[in-house]
Design a protein around this ligand. Structure first.
Ligand SMILES: Nc1nc2c(ncn2[C@@H]2O[C@H](COP(=O)(O)OP(=O)(O)O[C@H]3O[C@H](CO)[C@@H](O)[C@H](O)[C@@H]3O)[C@@H](O)[C@H]2O)c(=O)[nH]1
Length: 377
C-alpha cells in the first residue's frame, strides 16, 4: 500500500492506548500531593485535569473503549471518577489497579498482558504518560498513526520530540537511517538512547542534529513487547503473562497477591528500549508538536498564557510582572520587586521560591518527610 493510502483520520483499528498514571509530581508541591498528584489536577486552567486531557487526546485514535489507565490503589477511585469511560466496575473494565508501584515496565507490561489476552496477537499498544501537556493535536495524531504502522512491522517505536533546548530532565534518542516502512514515511531506526545527560552533553547532542527528546511514548505490538521482555527479564515477563491470563477471571486477586510483589522494579527504558535498540529493533517517529512534562513550576509558568494560575484578581504585582503566582482560595497575594518569584498558596502550605530554583522544590518535600510531616506530602 503506498504511503498516501494510509488513513489520516479516524480510529486506528486494533490500537489501544495505555496511560500509566503513577508519578507523584513532587516538584509541583504543594499543589501536587501524594493523595492528589499532578495527573489529577487541572494545571493549565482548561477545566480538564492532565489525565482527562490525555484521555481526550487519545480517544479519537482508539475509540471510546480503547484507553486503559494503570494506576495505584490509592488513586483508583479518583481516576474512575475523572474518567467514567474506563468502566471501572465493568467485567472487562479498562482501569487496571496495581497493588503497589513497581515502575513503568510492570505498569505498561501489565496492560500489554491484559490487552493481549483480550484482543489477541495483533493488538498494538501505545503508552502515553498521564501528566504531560501536548499542543498540536493533528501533528500528534499523525505521529501516532505512523508509529502504529511501524509497530505492526515488529518494531518498538518511540516518538522523538524536536528539542527546544539542552534539557537535562529528559532522555535523548539518537536516530539513524530511514526505516522504509509503508505508512511510516518519517520513521527512522534508533541508534541509541541516553537517559538524562548533563547540560554539556545535551548541548553537544543538539549540535549534531541527530538527537530528539524521548517523550516516554512507546508504540509496539503487545506480543512483541512481551517477547522482548522474555529475552531480557524472563521472570518479569512470565509473571506479567500469568497476571494477564488471570485478570478477567475469578483468580485475579489471588494471582496478583502471589505474583505482583516479586516483579522486578525497572523502567521500560532500561528493560526494553536500550537493549532492543542495541539490537536494531527500535524505531523513532519525529514529533513536531509542542510537548512538556510539566516537571516543575518554571515549566508550568512557561506553558500558561499569563503568570497566574487561578484568580488573577487576587494577585497584586509591584515590579514583579512575571512572578508566577497561584493564589489560594480566599486570600490575596502581593508580590513586590521579585521578578523571578514563584508563590504557590494552599490552605495548609505556602511555597515561595524562584523560577531558577524550581527543580529544588523536591527538596522541600524531602525535608517535610524527614521532619515526619507526612500530612504535608
Ligand atoms: N502506574 C504506574 N506508572 C508508573 C510507575 N512508575 C512510573 N510510572 C509512569 O511511567 C512514566 C515514566 O516514568 P518516570 O519514572 O516518571 O520517568 P521519567 O523520569 O520522567 O523519565 C522517562 O520519561 C521522560 C519523559 O517524561 C523521558 O524523557 C525519559 O527518557 C524517560 O522515558 C510516567 O508516566 C509515570 O507516571 C508505577 O509504578 N506505576
Amino acid at each position: 500500500m503506498p504511503d498516501s493510502a494510509a488513513p489520516t483520520s479516524g480510529r486506528v483499528p486494533g490500537f489501544h492506548a495505555v496511560v500509566p498514571a503513577g508519578g507523584a509530581g513532587t516538584r509541583l508541591w504543594p499543589l501536587s500531593r501524594a493523595g492528589h498528584p499532578k495527573f489529577l489536577l487541572d494545571l493549565t486552567g482548561s477545566g480538564r485535569t492532565l489525565l482527562q486531557s490525555t484521555v481526550d487526546r487519545l480517544t479519537p485514535l482508539t475509540g471510546d473503549r480503547g484507553v486503559v489507565v494503570v494506576t495505584g490503589v490509592r488513586h483508583a477511585r479518583a481516576v474512575a471518577e475523572q474518567v467514567p469511560t474506563l468502566g471501572a466496575d465493568d467485567e472487562r473494565g479498562r482501569l487496571l489497579v496495581e497493588p503497589s508501584p513497581r515502575d513503568s515496565m510492570a505498569a505498561i507490561g501489565l496492560a500489554a498482558a491484559v490487552l493481549l489476552e483480550r484482543h489477541g496477537d495483533d493488538v498494538v499498544i501505545g503508552s502515553f504518560a498521564a501528566d504531560h501537556v501536548i499542543d498540536g493535536t493533528d501533528e500528534f495524531e499523525r505521529t501516532v498513526r505512523e508509529a502504529v504502522a511501524a509497530a505492526r512491522e515488529g518494531f518498538v517505536v518511540t516518538i522523538g520530540i524536536t528539542a527546544t533546548g539542552p534539557s537535562t530532565a529528559f532522555g535523548y534518542i539518537r536516530s539513524a537511517d530511514d526505516l522504509g516502512v509503508a505508512g511510516a514515511p518519517t520513521a527512522r531506526h534508533v541508534a541509541g538512547f541516553t537517559e538524562k545527560p548533563d547540560a554539556q552533553t545535551a548541548a553537544a547532542y543538539l549540535a549534531t542534529g541527530d538527537y530528539r527528546w524521548n517523550a516516554g511514548m512507546f508504540v509496539v505490538r503487545a506480543a512483541v513487547l512481551l517477547d522482548h521482555l522474555a529475552q531480557q527479564l524472563p521472570a518479569l515477563a512470565a509473571g506479567l503473562r500469568e497476571i494477564g491470563a488471570a485478570w478477567d477471571t475469578a483468580a485475579r486477586d489471588a494471582v496478583l497477591e502471589r505474583v505482583w510483589p516479586g516483579l522486578t522494579k525497572i523502567a521500560i527504558d532500561h528493560a526494553i528500549a536500550e537493549p532492543v535498540a542495541a539490537a536494531g529493533g527500535v524505531a523513532v517517529v519525529p514529533g513536531d508538536f509542542g510537548w512538556d512534562d510539566v516537571g516543575d513550576f518554571a515549566s508550568l509558568a512557561d506553558l500558561l498564557p499569563a503568570p497566574t494560575l487561578g484568580d488573577d484578581a487576587a494577585v497584586l504585582r509591584v515590579g514583579s510582572d512575571d512572578a508566577f503566582v497561584v493564589p489560594g482560595a480566599g486570600r490575596t497575594v502581593a508580590v513586590v520587586g521579585l521578578a523571578d518569584a514563584v508563590v504557590v498558596d494552599t490552605p495548609d502550605a505556602l511555597l515561595v521560591t524562584t523560577r531558577a530554583h524550581a527543580q529544588q522544590v523536591k527538596q522541600a518535600v524531602d525535608g517535610w518527610r524527614a521532619a515526619g510531616r507526612e500530612d504535608l506530602l
